[in-house]
Ligand binder design. Structure first.
Ligand code: CO
Length: 156
């Protein structure tokens, strides 16, 4: 990466961590802040022990046959949660902020978080893993919440 690009990416990453911690959330992908880069940030550690990871050009290189179901939410779909079933373990290859090749392997919450964030890079949201019925329920609720919010703003 050129020096100017490098500075721009570092600036973007700082803004993404700030947005994620403020939400609060455990992951955020560049497309969620309107940037078409294959980049995501995650941090599953508690606030007092922050462990930020920057994943550039991440790729899933292995998944388990075993599946796991956990409740997911998303900063792009405020206050919506649903059970999502995914491979229980994944291995992801990526470049860190210094351009070093790295690998992260995880199960449980980390596995779900990695798959959720990598999905965002391909425009996929957790609701896309649900049945059409469940997805429509959530999207209708989201639209209703949005309308209520606009109503409240209009009343002021
Ligand atoms: Co999300």
């Amino acid at each position: 990466m050129a020096a100017a690009d490098d500075a721009a990416v570092r600036d973007l990453v700082a803004r993404m961590f700030a947005t994620m911690y403020h939400a609060p959330g455990i992951g955020l992908a560049a497309p969620q802040v309107g940037v078409a880069l294959r980049l995501a940030v995650i941090d599953l550690a508690p606030d007092d022990k922050r462990t930020p990871h920057v994943l550039i050009n991440p790729e899933i290189v292995a998944v388990s046959k075993e599946l796991a179901t956990r409740e997911e939410g998303c900063l792009s779909l405020p206050n919506m949660y649903a059970d999502v079933t995914r491979p229980a373990q994944v291995k992801v290859r990526y470049l860190d902020i210094d351009g070093a090749r790295r690998e992260i392997q995880g199960d449980g919450l980390l596995a779900a978080c990695l798959q959720h964030e990598l999905d965002h890079l391909d425009g996929v949201l957790f609701v896309d893993h649900l049945s059409a019925l469940k997805r429509n329920m959530i999207l209708r609720k989201l639209a209703k919440d949005q309308k209520a919010k606009e109503q409240t703003a209009g009343d002021r």
